[in-house]
Design a protein around this ligand. Structure first.
Ligand code: IZC
Ligand code: ZN
Length: 411
């Protein structure tokens, strides 16, 4: 493969491990055969500028690792804008769900859609994500709940993985809600997931993770524990939607069971934060959802970082509580909602997000040997991207060494 040489970049944000974000001013990044082969300050060594090397001038621009969206509900049917009047009247999210709306309304739309329809809709979202700088995305099922629809959604995500530049990490989230056909029989639904769906998903390699919505009126901590333990026994890695609205000690559970990540965490206790630090659980914070649910409250990011928890950021892209594919908007919510610094924010969407999907060996930072997933923003520094909000700053996206977005357009 031809080599690419990004030169004269105003800012390169390496996102390497340790303090800060590893910033290089006026530097270069060299890419060959899909990998980063060199990077540094000033000019690239002359022998790299041979005839076969494509030079990308990044003067006035900022180079970062490809963004990783570590929490999305990518595959689903329909949308929920018609719930806006209810939301504006102050009907709480969990109340709308109890009335058979919310997640359950998306379940009806997902069940009635064909796999091709779901793929076409998800593909549009993936295009938006790519245009906004996302190169890897985690995608959960959980809007089918029955066997056929969960498998349909996971197959859709896996097929998209092979036909779209974005890499997709898949998660089985049957434990997103109790479906209407199991109403009043949560135990029966748990047995169905554990005995019927999980073994099939595992055998066919349709998902690497499982996830549980541990929340009042959805799955209790005791039920969540059983689902996670059974999943772990079958070889799944664990994620948990923990302490989003009501504090239920989901963070404690994540630490105890060795989950790879715990998500939301607005109501996580001090003990829960310590349990996550001890268990090496990455916190995936979703400030777009705090904003969209009008909770008037954000996760305690600073407290988590101070206590030794790795903090990642994601969109939570879903049709109910955060309908956006754009991680750059999430940067602004993280800054103003949680007082995270631009360096903490960019690391939360790169290296820390890579940890949240168990890919930190391969992606998430600009380092020699890592996969060449790179974004060039038309902005002189990362502060500028966070500060000038609501627009798309992406100029170029390189995925695995291949340029897939140029001048802000998909090639
Ligand atoms: O569709 O409401 N929180 N699951 C848990 C969601 C939000 C997605 C939805
Ligand atoms: Zn979610």
């Amino acid at each position: 493969m031809k080599a690419d040489l990004i030169i004269d970049a105003s800012t390169i944000v390496c996102c390497t491990d340790g303090e800060g974000a590893g910033i290089i001013e006026n530097g270069y990044v060299a890419v060959k055969d899909g990998r980063i082969i060199a990077l540094g300050e000033e000019n690239a060594p002359l022998d790299m500028r041979d005839r076969d090397t494509r030079i990308i001038n990044a003067a006035g621009k900022t180079v970062t690792p490809g963004l990783i969206d570590a929490h999305t509900h990518l595959v689903h049917g329909g949308s929920r804008e018609k719930e806006l009047p209810l939301k504006l009247k102050g009907v709480p999210y969990l109340e709308i769900l109890k009335m058979g709306g919310g997640i359950l309304s998306t379940v009806r739309n997902t069940r009635s859609a064909t796999k091709e329809e779901l793929k076409a809709k998800a593909r549009k979202s993936l295009d938006q994500m790519l245009l906004h700088g996302t190169t890897t995305v985690e995608a959960k099922s959980g809007y089918g709940l029955d066997f056929d629809t969960e498998i349909k959604c996971l197959e859709a995500a896996n097929e998209l993985k092979n036909s779209h530049p974005i890499d997709i990490v898949t998660t089985y989230m049957g434990a997103h809600a109790v479906p209407e056909e199991f109403k009043g029989n949560t135990q029966g639904y748990i047995s169905f997931m554990v005995e019927k769906v999980m073994p099939y998903v595992r055998k066919n390699n349709l998902a690497e993770f499982i996830d549980v919505f541990c929340e009042e009126g959805v799955f209790s901590p005791e039920e969540s524990r059983i689902i996670m333990q059974k999943g772990k026994e079958q070889g799944f890695k664990l994620k948990i939607h923990a302490d989003e609205i009501v504090p239920l000690q989901g963070a404690e559970l994540a630490g105890e069971l060795g989950a790879v990540s715990a998500e939301h965490l607005l109501a996580a206790s001090d003990a829960g934060i310590d349990s996550m630090a001890k268990g090496g659980v990455t916190a995936v914070l979703l400030p777009g959802t705090s904003f969209y649910l009008m909770l008037g409250k954000y996760a305690r990011a600073q407290e988590m970082m101070d206590r030794g928890v790795r903090v990642a950021l994601a969109t939570d892209y879903n049709p109910g509580t955060c309908p956006t594919e754009n991680l750059q908007s999430i940067m602004t919510f993280a800054c103003f909602g949680m007082k995270m610094t631009p360096e903490e924010i960019i690391k939360g969407m790169t290296l820390n997000a890579a940890h949240a999907v168990d890919r930190a060996e391969e992606i998430g930072s600009l380092e020699v040997g890592k996969k060449a997933d790179i974004v060039i923003f038309d902005a002189p520094n990362i502060e500028y991207i966070v500060y000038h909000f609501g627009i798309n700053h992406v100029d170029t996206v390189i995925k695995g060494g291949k340029t897939v977005v140029e001048n802000g357009r998909i090639l």
